[in-house]
Ligand binder design. Structure first.
Ligand code: MN3
Length: 252
């Protein structure tokens, strides 16, 4: 992989063996190293087309907003589990070989019925978490929307604080497990949506640029029942430059 490759282009092909085949061992090593005796947390990777992307920071980097143990289990166990199950689903249907997770989710009706639900849930889980890790950054490095993203937020919501309020409301009112999203919808306009389970906005023909996992596994160790506190704290680790890149790519 060329080192000057646009991370967005890489992201667009997330999880494909052709660019991540060398990184899975590194990911596994990092996972074990950062939590000591953590083998009990880690799910063994399965052979397959999709692989767990490395976190762009350490497991402890989002403290105190998201604690080290939550990040470790979330990445090495939950996300790895979605990757494993997506690989199993795709391996059982030769017609799906070589497709990106985006292609699978955007054309779910063309995925054979035998694995459609598995692709929706585990392909969604893989895509959702791959975006989620990238739209966060260590505390203290906070930025705010700039450029085209800033004007798009202004145009769609009136102000950044209105957008945050609508997003937080969607995250807080999602009943049970799911996600809140800032997405690019029709006419390239920004919208807030919430989805249940691991449904990705691409299932609705929309392109996610910012997402927040509100499954209890994402916050329960630190916040217990206080989902609202987790949502409020999330804004302190949003990587706005990455969100702006996601937006620019979505409207290109
Ligand atoms: Mn999760």
């Amino acid at each position: 992989m060329p080192t000057n490759q646009d991370p967005q282009q890489v992201s667009a092909r997330l999880g494909r063996r052709r660019f991540l085949s060398q990184s899975s061992a590194v990911v596994a090593t990092a996972a074990f190293a950062s939590v000591g005796a953590s083998r009990a947390f880690a799910q063994a990777p399965t052979a397959g087309e999709f692989t767990l992307p490395a976190l762009p920071y350490g497991y402890d980097a989002l403290n105190p907003i998201i604690d080290t143990q939550t990040m470790t289990i979330h990445h090495t166990k939950h996300h790895q589990g979605y990757v494993n199950n997506l690989n199993k689903a795709v391996a059982s249907e030769p017609s799906l070989a070589g497709k990106t997770v985006e292609e699978l989710l955007r054309n779910l009706d063309r995925v054979p019925e035998s694995v459609r639900t598995a692709v929706r849930n585990h392909g969604g889980g893989h895509a959702n978490h791959s975006l989620f890790w990238k739209v966060m950054q260590p505390t203290g490095a906070a930025s705010s929307p700039t450029g085209k993203l800033a004007s798009a937020v202004e145009s769609a919501f009136g102000s950044l604080s209105n957008m945050k309020e609508a997003f937080s409301k969607a995250a807080g009112s999602q009943f049970g497990s799911g996600w809140a999203w800032l997405v690019v919808g029709e006419s390239d306009k920004l919208e807030i949506v919430a989805t249940p389970n691991q449904d990705n906005p691409m299932l609705m023909g929309k392109t996610p640029v910012l997402g927040l996992d509100v499954w209890e596994h994402a916050y329960y160790l630190k916040y217990q029942n206080r989902r609202a506190d987790y949502i409020e704290a999330f804004w302190k680790v949003v990587h706005w430059d990455q969100v702006a890149k996601n937006y620019a790519q979505a409207v290109a």
